[in-house]
Design a protein around this ligand. Structure first.
Ligand code: F3S
Length: 399
């Protein structure tokens, strides 16, 4: 790879041990993927924050990078942690886990990384512009950044995203290049898309088809008349989970759709396909549900406002987690939504989520409106799932 003098100096250690290690990681990655050069990035999102996923080896790596003088060169945010740092006891997290999780957050903070921990960084100030090169981890956020914002990022892993933060660089390959952003499959949607669950089911149906193809093409999607921010974040999470997609174009909705040509090869998604996807995510009986969670990806303030409306004056009968970014929770505090929601017995779980928290074995069945949460509830925790629209999930919590 051709490096600039500044990049070569980092590789030689003039900016410290951590920057040298970071540049070595990026160089190895760029060499594997045939990148010719590095690109400057304007924003980073780091994953691998929950101690439940990192373990002791991950914590040690972060501590070494911090001790080696690592400092973020561009605005950098974090993925959800394994607990709400202010409310972990109420969520049943054990003290020794909490201690380790705090050490992880402190290591990131000492590297100048913003320790708001969310999978929706674009809702809380980490909002790159169209065409900007960035290095984000967290598959749902990557899909949102590429497709909805028109920024350019590969699906980074925890170490490569951290390396990008400490150097301000990423290798020029994959989604950073025009040629890889062209669609290879048109998807005609002939189904009604109203709720987040419809968009989640659509992501599952398309994603599972992509998994059967060797080429994993970028999709050009037609037939969605409109989509709210919340619909699209659900869709991104699902398409990335079930199909590993980092980018799609949606006619009339995403910014690059008007600049590309829809391919002839076409996949049709009918109402029956959507209903089958929804059915496949409902393997629990309503009476089995003992855990309810909304906020995968993290809830927007509009969703929290709706939740407050639905829970006002009511009492929940099950463990109910509302997962969101801390700054969004702070807006909810100011608006009085938090008070209404907490009076119902539901619990805020800020900067964490029901997938990255250490809750294996605690529950039998989860009710959620997120197709992604259903996938991991089973894959990670072996929970059964009930997959329903937002308002109906709230009814499950009251039932
Ligand atoms: Fe976010 Fe956790 Fe879902 S990271 S996308 S809430 S699995």
């Amino acid at each position: 790879m051709k490096l600039t003098s500044e990049e070569r100096a980092m590789l030689e250690g003039t900016s410290g041990r951590a920057a040298r290690k970071a540049m070595e990681i990026l160089l190895a990655l760029g060499t594997i993927y045939g990148a010719e050069r590095m690109l400057p990035v304007s924003s980073v999102q780091v994953a691998g924050v929950s101690y439940d996923n990192l373990g002791e080896a991950g914590l040690q790596f972060l501590s070494e990078m911090a001790a080696g003088g690592g400092k973020a060169r561009v605005p950098t945010t974090l993925n959800p942690a394994g607990m709400d740092i202010e409310n972990w006891q109420a969520l049943g997290i054990e003290a020794n886990f909490a201690e380790k999780q705090k050490q992880v957050i402190e290591a990131f903070a000492s590297m100048g990384i913003l320790t708001t921990c969310t999978c929706t960084p674009y809702l809380v100030g980490n909002l790159p512009g169209y065409g900007e090169h960035i290095a984000w981890a967290e598959s749902s956020a990557v899909c949102y950044a590429n497709s909805v914002l028109g920024a350019r990022t590969n699906r980074e892993g925890g170490p490569s995203a951290l390396a990008a933060a400490l150097t301000g660089r990423t290798p020029a390959y994959g989604m950073h290049l025009d040629k890889n952003r062209q669609p290879g499959l048109t998807v005609e949607v002939e189904a009604c898309l109203a709720e987040n669950t419809d968009f989640g089911a659509l992501g599952k149906a398309i994603g599972e088809h992509l998994e059967t193809l060797e080429s994993k093409p970028v999709t050009y999607i037609r037939g969605a008349q409109s989509a709210t921010l919340e619909n699209i974040k659900s869709f991104c999470a699902s398409l990335a989970t079930y199909g590993g997609a980092a980018l799609f174009h949606m006619e009339g909705i995403t910014p690059e759709a008007s600049q590309v040509t829809p391919p002839e090869e076409t996949l049709r998604i009918t109402q029956a396909n959507l209903e089958e996807a929804i059915r496949s995510l409902n393997d629990a009986e309503p009476q089995e549900v003992d855990f309810v969670s909304l906020g995968c990806p993290h809830l927007s303030i509009q969703e929290i406002a709706r939740l407050a409306e639905l829970l006002r004056g009511k009492q929940v009968t099950k463990e109910f987690w509302i997962t969101t970014a801390r700054p969004t929770k702070q807006m909810a505090d100011r608006m009085g939504y938090t008070q209404i929601i907490e009076a119902s017995g539901a619990k805020f779980a800020a900067d964490t989520c029901c997938v990255v928290a250490p809750i294996q074995g605690r529950f039998k069945a989860l009710a959620t409106d997120s197709a992604k949460a259903c996938y991991y509830a089973y894959a990670k925790n072996k929970f059964k799932t009930v997959f329903k629209p937002f308002d109906e999930v709230v009814k499950e919590a009251l039932f």
